[in-house]
Structures are given as C-alpha cells and as structure tokens.
Ligand binder design. Structure first.
Ligand code: GLN
Length: 490
C-alpha cells in the first residue's frame, strides 16, 4: 500500500479496498520497522492514530468522506498538537504538551486526515541538515551516511521512506524545499499569509510559512487545499479564497503549459551549483520546452545577497521570538536556581543547543542600539531590493525555474563545523522567503544515486499554477515515483 500516492490511497479507501484502520496500521508497522535507523519521528501517536482512523472509517460509512478522510499523515514537531508533546526538536520543549492544536493541524484533522505522529526537525527549525535536533540526527533513506536536509528532515525522510504518505513542514529559508530535494520528494511552500501560522512555533515570523512534503504535486495539492485559508488568529493571514488546487489539476496541464514563459535567473547558475544538479536542471528545462514552455533568461541582481540578508533578519526575529523561553512559564527549567537571573541563564543555556544560541547571539547583536542601522536596517533594505528583483522578473515571465540546492545530500557531519558552508545550502531557496513568494521543489533526477530537485517559484498566490506546472512535469517524468530501494514495494 505504501508505494501509493495520497490520491491512489484515497481511491483505495473510497472503493473499500482497505479501511483507514488497516492503512494506518500498515504505516505504523512500517514506522516500527524502519524508524529505528532513520529517526524521522520524535513521537509516534499510534493509539490516537488508530482512534482517528476508526472515526474516519465511520464517517465514510455515514457518507461523510472527503478526499483526505482516513489518510495517514505526519506533522513536523513545530506544529502544536493538543495533548501530544510538541518539542520543536529542542530540549527546551521536551516536556511541553500543547493545550491546543495549530490551525494547520486542526484543519487537516477536520478534513479527516489521521495523524501518525510528530516528525524530527532541526532545533527550532534552524538548520539545513537535521543534525541540530535534541532527539538526534535523521538519516537520508537513500543513503544512511547522508543527511536528509533540514529543517523538515524528519518529514522528508518519513515520506521518502514511505513511512507516511505525506507530511507537513515549515519553510523559513528553504526548510520544505531543501529536504524535499535531498530526499527525492515534492515540497511546496505557499505564499506568505496563505496558511495560518497560529500554533506553529515561531522562528522568524516574517518568513515562516507552513506547507507540504509529499510524493507528488497532486498529493501536495490535496493537503495544501485543506491547510490554506484565512485565520483571524494570525494577523498576517490573508483573506482570500482558496482555489480547489487538486481539482484544478484535472484539467489538461499540457494545454495550460503551452506558451508559458519561465525565467531562468542567471544568479541560479553560479559557481556553487554542482554539475550533476545543473544537468538535472537542464534536462528538466528540455522537458518543459518540449511541453511548449519558453525559457527566458532573467536576472535577480540582488539574489546573491539573500544569504547574508536572511542571516541578519532571521536571527533578529528569532532572538525576539525565543525570549519567551525563560524557564518560568513553560518548557525547560534548570535545577535549583539560586535567584531569578540564575534561573534565566541556566534554563536557557541548558535548554537550547549550540545553533540556536548562535542565532540568538547574532540576532541580539544586530538589533542592539549600536549596530541596528548597520546590520538590521540595512538587511531590511536589501530585502526590499530582492523582492523588487522578483517583481521585475515576474513582469516578464510567469514562473521562475532553477535548482533547489547546490548539490545532492551531503555526508553527515560534513558541514557541522562550518556554519557558513551550511548556510550557503540555502542560497537558492531563501529569496522566495524574503520576498514571500510561493515555491516548490520537484524531483528531477539523480546524481550518483542521490536525488536532485528543481525549484519553481511562482508569483504571489499563484499556487494553483505552480502546482499545475509541477504536475505537468510529473505527468511526463517518473522521478517522483522513485523510492529508495530498501523502502519501495515488497
Ligand atoms: N536552513 C535555514 C536556516 O537554518 C532555513 C531554515 C528553515 O527554513 N526553517 O535557518
């Protein structure tokens, strides 16, 4: 069953080929069998999942089933789940059981999806390799000596190894697209404001956005439709109707692709792009050309500044957001504090890991009175320039195409001692976050047996077209159907 897409599983449930309880049990068995090696899950909620599945089966029998009724999924452990530990990959929240569901979790639940559990992630979503989690690193199902990408590395590994048909993720600088690329699956980060951030633990609030990791664009469309929409509890949520994303894919995409113009930014083809990924991109471009797409060279002149800009803005916001973890209200508290200052200091020093501390220190520094203008204000200005670059490009083209990451999955430990090299992994993904644009990563081939992804960036709220463009490619290629040998069909 696990080789099936969400769409195929939904058909199987609808025809009575299997029940949601059977399906859920199948995935729980797979998690039990394979997750010891991968470490994709922090918490598995087996009992709750089977209860939810039984409810889904009853709803179906009562004629109340939608496309996601009874489909098992997994949630990144950054999303609050009522009654279930929500750790955000940190010792700080190891003991935190959320009293409420995040909007994303509640909406998917209302759509009938069954939650298998919470997936591993870089601590507070800071990382590109899933090596900063308090719960240990996650292994890439394609090669256990390599990282799955991050920060949604657990979700990516779970979907790639077919331990869950699809999963939620969050993307502040690439954390859905980068792990999707390294794990050979499809990921979408919607427009900033499309999906409510209510109950999603904040890292950098002006950049954070939830999305989906799945096998295909079609599956991503099904989940995204259920997750999206206005929520008055998130002041940056946009009140705009949610299209029937999956329904829209039923129309002939080849017809819709013909005559589209894709911009290929020359800044995406820099020296950092490894040859294997470049070849995958070139091949994907040929596929699009054969479908009638015109490829137009464009330029995003300020894009090379996106990494330094992001690494000022994101730490600044994180230093403010993470000030709430003070050892008093919730989360980790040190033993026997001698006074209030000792309580703050030790709770935070013991509760946070190195990368989180590095970001808090950088963020506090760039926001401090003496350096605010030189760093934070400057970064905000460059952020506007980067957004303007995209706006200019979209006045000429319908979509932007490029690589998702410079290279395929790297070896565990290869970049942990050098934060700058680690940060450079996000060079192609961060621009879309700084500008708030929707973007996807789609599997597009292999480099020495490791998956490579291409990235598609759309204009604001153009998720429907973005999904269509990805789906059109997936209708004529087979990369997205490949699973790592050890986890494929049996
Ligand atoms: N890798 C980037 C970082 O470390 C992006 C993380 C994310 O998107 N959550 O901040």
């Amino acid at each position: 069953m696990h080789e099936k897409s969400v769409a195929a599983l939904a058909a199987g449930l609808a025809s009575g080929e299997f029940s949601s309880v059977e399906l859920t049990r199948h995935y729980l068995d797979r998690i039990e069998r394979f997750d010891g090696d991968l470490n994709a899950f922090i918490t598995v909620t087996a009992e709750q999942a089977l209860d939810q599945a039984a409810v889904a089966d009853r709803d179906r029998a009562d004629g109340k089933a939608g496309p996601l009724t009874g489909i098992p999924i997994a949630h990144k452990d950054i999303l609050c789940t009522e009654g279930v530990r929500t750790s955000c990959g940190s010792r700080m929240l190891d003991n935190f059981v959320s009293p409420f569901d995040a909007a994303v979790v509640a909406r998917l639940r209302e759509a009938g999806a069954v939650s298998l559990g919470k997936t591993n992630m870089d601590e507070f979503a800071m990382g590109s390799s899933n090596e900063t989690s308090y719960y240990g690193l996650v292994r890439n199902p394609w090669d256990h000596s390599r990282v799955p990408g991050g920060s949604s590395g657990g979700s990516a590994a779970a979907v790639a190894a077919r331990l869950a048909p699809a999963a939620t993720g969050t993307d502040t600088g690439g954390s859905i697209r980068q792990p999707a690329a390294l794990a050979g699956i499809t990921g979408i980060k919607p427009t900033y404001g499309r999906v409510s951030r209510y109950g999603m633990i904040a890292f950098a609030s002006s950049l954070d956005q939830a999305g989906v990791l799945a096998q295909s664009a079609e599956d991503a469309a099904l989940l995204l439709a259920a997750m999206s929409g206005f929520d008055e509890r998130d002041s940056t949520s946009v009140d705009r109707a949610v299209p029937d994303y999956a329904g829209g894919l039923a129309e002939d995409q080849r017809e819709k692709l013909r005559g589209l113009r894709f911009g290929l930014p020359k800044e995406f083809l820099d020296d950092g792009l490894e040859p294997g990924v470049r070849v995958a991109l070139e091949e994907a471009i040929k596929v699009y050309e054969s479908l009638g797409v015109e490829i137009v060279p464009v330029t995003l002149p300020n894009l090379p500044l996106s990494v330094p800009t992001y690494y000022v803005v994101a730490p600044a916001e994180c230093s403010s957001n993470l000030s709430r973890y003070d050892g008093v209200r919730f989360g980790y508290r040190c033993e026997d504090p001698s006074d209030l200052e000792d309580l703050y200091k030790r709770s935070r020093s013991e509760g946070f890991g190195d990368e989180v501390k590095r970001r808090i220190m950088t963020g506090t520094y760039v926001l401090s009175a003496g350096y605010y203008d030189a760093y934070y204000l400057k970064a905000q200005k460059v952020r506007q320039l980067i957004s303007a670059d995209f706006k200019n490009a979209f006045s000429e083209v319908d979509m932007i195409i490029g690589p998702t990451t410079p290279g395929p999955a790297f070896e565990i430990g290869a970049k942990t001692d050098d934060p700058i090299t680690m940060y450079l992994n996000d060079i192609y993904t961060i621009g879309a976050n700084l500008a708030g644009l929707p973007a996807m990563s789609v599997p597009a081939g292999f480099v020495d047996g490791l998956p490579a992804g291409i990235q598609l960036v759309g204009n604001y709220f153009d998720e429907q077209r973005l999904l269509g463009v990805a789906h059109g490619y997936q209708q004529v290629t087979h990369w997205h159907t490949q699973a790592p040998a050890a986890y494929g069909s049996e």
